[in-house]
Design a protein around this ligand. Structure first.
Ligand code: FES
Length: 473
């Protein structure tokens, strides 16, 4: 370590020299590589359902409550079997809440929004992540995955602090940080780094939730003191220490040891094959390249997505062991040489994979009375959206379920993603990058992180063709 000069070290803070560098190099809010998937196939994969997540979530709660109750009864009866029951409970509570937090935070676990939001709040509390703060933190993680100075969720900065990595398996550092943060947030103090990714309008929510968390933990500690028993803490709080190990076993396979500052998720994420039990516990986040490339696809469709894009991916890892055989030596080597990273080999692009993934329509001829011809009507199916470019502007044109046509700006106001790659849900368009939503009819923002509305445009259908008027509505 003594041979590494300070100047060569990366600055992982969100307000330092690497933040400036990332912006200057065009790595912030950049356009990422996307494997080509036929539009019809993608429309199928994007469809949400409540059924799979309701089934999986009910089973999950049953397992948690069952193992927790067994632990409680066995502990009180003085049986050593209580340790086994709590070992199961701790992993279910402290580790598998991570993937539930993640999927419901994306809003893709269930079709019904309130179910996503409810599970998100519960799982955030369980995994000790402040729900509002982490919603925004994860949005940034998806915009700027493993971009140094921009991504607040880089799990293993280089050079890795080996003791810190080891402590992740017992969640100690995360817990200390969490309690420090919720106390600070409960009195309204956010850090400069947090203010770079949380909009000011959200500060109130951060503070309210922090106060609720502090209150709950104060009650649990009070109950433990009053009853002179560790049982309340074994059920709530301590599982994030004794049950956190599986979250780290899964979680570090996502990015640890891979490239930083690249704009291709195939180079900085891993897809790891896992058996059905692991995939249930991890909610298919083992398909991590696919998830980052297409975050709108629900967890229960990720294996189908993987089959579609596999030929365009680097070799998937055959299992957890295969991944960890790479991660451990990489971390050890990075401790001595922070410039080292695992280089993934990308497949040679085939004709299909080098083709443009999204069709772009451009104007046909000059405007007639302000109307520009876009395309034949047949190109825009019901509940679908197409991209139309004119001069240096881009637009999204939609056909709703009742066949009515609408048009808006084509770029999301949050992170400039093309809305034509998103999902039409009723009268809403969901952005493909962070799942923000807009009302197609009036352009208003309907789901964060989208906060600023879109302009709308007149569009009509005539003689089997679609036309747009780019003047103000
Ligand atoms: S780019 Fe972030 S919600 Fe659209």
């Amino acid at each position: 370590m003594s041979t590494i000069t300070q100047d060569r070290l990366s600055d992982y803070s969100l307000v330092g020299k690497d933040t400036v560098r990332a912006i200057e190099r065009g790595l912030a809010e950049a356009t990422w590589y996307s494997s080509p998937v036929a539009k019809e196939k993608m429309r199928e994969l994007l469809q949400r359902r409540d059924g799979p997540a309701i089934r999986d979530t009910l089973l999950w709660f049953a397992l948690i409550i069952g193992s927790g109750y067994a632990g409680y009864i066995l502990w009180r009866s003085g049986s050593w079997w209580a340790l086994l029951a709590f070992a199961c409970y701790g992993v279910l509570y402290g580790s598998t809440s991570d993937s539930r937090w993640h999927e419901s935070g994306h809003g893709t676990a269930f079709k019904t929004d309130w179910m996503n939001n409810l599970l998100y709040e519960i799982a955030s509390f369980m995994v000790m992540r402040e729900s509002t703060l982490w919603r925004w933190s994860h949005t940034r993680h998806h915009s700027d995955t493993i971009i140094v100075g921009r991504d607040p969720e880089i799990a293993v900065p280089r050079p890795p602090e080996l003791l810190g990595v080891a402590l992740k398996f017992i969640g100690l550092k995360a817990m200390v940080n969490y309690f420090r943060q919720i106390v600070l947030h409960s009195v309204g103090r956010l850090t400069a780094a947090q203010k770079t990714f949380i909009p000011e309008s959200e500060y109130g929510k951060v503070i309210v939730r922090a106060r609720i968390y502090v209150l709950i933990y104060a009650l649990v500690i009070g109950l433990a003191l009053y009853s002179r028993s560790i049982l309340p803490l074994l059920l709530l709080g301590l599982p994030n220490l004794y049950g956190a190990w599986l979250m780290t076993v899964y979680g570090l396979t996502q990015h640890a040891g891979l490239a930083e500052n690249v704009l291709d998720h195939r180079l900085n994420c891993r897809t790891v094959y896992m058996n059905a039990i692991h995939r249930y516990l991890y909610w298919n986040m083992n398909y991590h390249v696919e998830h980052h490339m297409f975050p709108l696809v629900p967890y229960h469709h990720l294996s189908r997505l993987h089959a579609l894009v596999k030929a365009d991916m680097p070799r998937p890892y055959t299992g957890l062991l295969d991944a960890w055989r790479e991660i451990i030596p990489a971390i050890l080597r990075q401790a001595k040489d922070p410039s080292y990273y695992v280089q993934r080999t990308l497949p040679t692009p085939t004709l299909a994979s080098s083709a443009s993934p999204a069709h772009v329509f451009t104007a046909k001829g000059n405007p007639v009375n302000g109307w520009l011809e876009v395309c034949a009507s047949a190109f825009l199916k019901v509940e679908d959206v197409i991209r139309f470019d004119h001069d240096d502007q881009t637009f999204a044109i939609y056909r709703l379920a009742d066949s009515t046509l609408y048009a808006t700006d084509g770029l999301c106001t949050h992170g400039k993603a093309h809305l034509a790659g998103g999902l039409v849900k009723g009268r809403l368009i969901e952005c493909p990058k962070h799942n923000g939503r807009f009302d197609i009819i009036d352009g208003s923002p309907q789901r964060q992180p989208a906060c600023v509305g879109l302009r709308t445009y007149k569009v009509r259908e005539h003689d089997g063709k679609i036309f747009i008027d780019l003047g103000p509505v």
